[in-house]
Write a protein that binds this ligand. Structure first.
Ligand code: NAP
Length: 315
């Protein structure tokens, strides 16, 4: 508790790691706190073809491994701890985790976002038992099984392409009659023989005794309900819920200004409403949430933290 870091970075996804790289390179005494393992959501992305220069081995896990190696080479400290309390308003900021208490002159919040749930009955109980939020992690479990992907955005459609390498058939269930995903991604899915679509439909309930056995769908236009039942030989099928993300910002309520969806407000230099507290990555209100914008945010936040420390703490 005695040590005072120059900067504590909350989150070790692309934004946090980029901030760590820039802070470490600027010789700031830096600590990155992460509740699980480094990587954030991008470690659940198998195909990463839109990060500039990422041509060889363009997967999320590989990119993160390279980022971590780079951060470590600049003597940045990294710890696994889940932050439970914060006190950011004073000159020395305090961040409390379940394993310890940390102090710093500045804080960069790069806590990211987490998958949004459907909220349908049965979803929670059957998570990990047929219901998944991560294609990279779980697609291989459904080799030669039927899979249903819920959602119509970039994630749902792109991950369906990946899942189709394993599954017998992938059916995208979307609540409207038009996908939200980028046209280039849509085109690949429409051309893929293993991918089918169910339009204007929502998931009413997921059923099963310890494993997914059936799913009740409801057509939003006609009200008609259909129960998809696992084929007898398989006994189950996969449901990938890929319906967007929610910012992990509960901890910052009433402390950092946020919009009505919980995204933290930062200016173009990543400053929040509190001096010495910066925001970076998917947790920030912005128009494009991508690895390339997350890393950019992280770099700016770290350089601004360096400037803030120079102006406020050094003689
Ligand atoms: P998203 O763009 O927010 O799309 C979420 C999808 O899920 C939408 O189609 C939405 O339907 C549907 N949805 C939301 N809530 C639902 C519910 N309760 N029940 C059923 N369906 C629901 O999320 P995303 O696809 O995860 O993408 C997140 C961000 O990452 C986006 O900015 C995206 O561009 C970016 N991304 C980019 C790439 C890439 O460039 N390669 C890859 C992945 C993600 P509606 O369409 O009706 O709203």
């Amino acid at each position: 508790m005695n040590k005072i870091y120059d900067v504590i970075i909350i989150g070790a996804g692309p934004a946090g790691l980029s901030a760590g790289l820039y802070a470490g390179r600027a010789k700031l005494d830096t600590l990155i706190l992460e509740k699980e393992k480094a990587g954030g959501q991008i470690v659940t992305t198998e195909e990463l073809e839109n990060y500039p220069g990422s041509i060889e081995d363009p997967t999320g896990p590989k990119l993160i491994a390279r980022m971590v190696e780079q951060v470590d080479s600049f003597d940045v400290e990294r710890k696994i701890d889940e932050i439970t309390e914060i006190d950011l308003e004073k000159e020395i900021k305090v961040v409390k985790g379940s394993k310890g208490e940390y102090q710093a002159r500045s804080v960069i919040i790069a806590a990211g976002a987490k998958p949004r749930l459907l909220g349908s009955p049965g979803e929670k109980e059957l998570t990990g038992k047929g219901v998944s939020y991560c294609a990279t992690c779980d697609a291989a479990f459904f080799e030669d099984f039927d899979v249903y992907v819920i959602g119509g955005g970039d994630t749902a459609v792109e991950e369906s392409l990946f899942i189709s390498k394993f599954a017998r058939k992938v059916t995208i269930v979307h609540r409207r009659d038009e996908l939200r995903a980028a046209k280039s991604i849509q085109e690949k899915a429409f051309k893929n023989d293993k991918i089918e679509f169910i339009w204007d439909t929502e998931v009413k309930e997921i059923k099963g005794d310890g494993i997914v056995e059936s799913m009740v769908l409801r057509n939003k236009k006609t009200g008609e309900e259909t129960e998809i039942v696992a084929n007898e030989d398989d006994g189950t099928f996969g449901i990938f819920v890929l319906v967007g993300y929610l910012p992990q910002s509960d901890l910052f309520k009433n402390v950092i200004d946020m919009d009505d969806r919980g995204y933290l407000l930062g200016d173009e230099n990543m400053h929040t409403n509190i001096d010495g507290v910066f925001v970076a990555g998917d947790i920030r209100q912005k128009s494009l949430r991508q690895v390339v914008t997350a890393t950019s945010d992280g770099a700016i936040a770290a350089i601004q933290a360096e400037k803030y420390i120079g102006e406020n703490f050094e003689e």
